[in-house]
Design a protein. Structure first.
Length: 155
């Protein structure tokens, strides 16, 4: 189950275990990631941050980026604790975030994933996400630092 994030425990910012994981997670190039960076994300007016617990253990973090003007929500900055990876918790987090996104009333739910993030690319189809049309992905990638894989929730 996801809970709205009042605060992200400091240890969670260290879940990316390498500089490469930080870049795949959030496009930043600092390692380790400063705690204030995550707090600033969470505090943005158009961001809803959520936590995933497995029993009493905090095991995941993800955000919804709300864009009323475009009538869409983007799932973003999703990460699972290293000790919890490979157990289907990422998919559980994505399913829960997509359900929360649908509750916003915004028409579309999207996400983008770095093309080198193989674990995420395996996870998202099982959570109901399908690729957007190649032309649309190409258009959305014009201002991006890499050619992301763009997916939309089919639900």
């Amino acid at each position: 189950m996801t809970d709205r994030a009042a605060a992200l425990p400091d240890g969670a910012r260290t879940w990316p275990t390498t500089a490469r994981e930080v870049a795949l997670w959030c496009e930043r190039h600092e390692y380790p990631l400063a705690g204030a960076v995550v707090a600033d994300w969470r505090d943005a007016a158009d961001v809803e941050a959520y936590l995933l617990y497995d029993g009493p253990d905090l095991v995941g973090y993800g955000e919804l980026w709300l864009d009323a003007e475009e009538n869409e929500v983007e799932l973003a900055r999703v990460i699972v604790a290293p000790s919890a990876r490979g157990r289907g918790l990422g998919r559980r987090l994505i399913v829960a975030l997509a359900a929360r996104a649908r509750l916003t009333g915004l028409a579309e739910v999207f996400l983008r994933v770095h093309p080198d993030n193989a674990a995420a690319l395996r996870c998202y189809p099982g959570a109901g996400f399908v690729p957007v049309a190649p032309e649309l992905a190409a258009e959305w990638n014009v201002p991006q630092p890499v050619a992301y894989v763009w997916l939309r929730h089919a639900g």
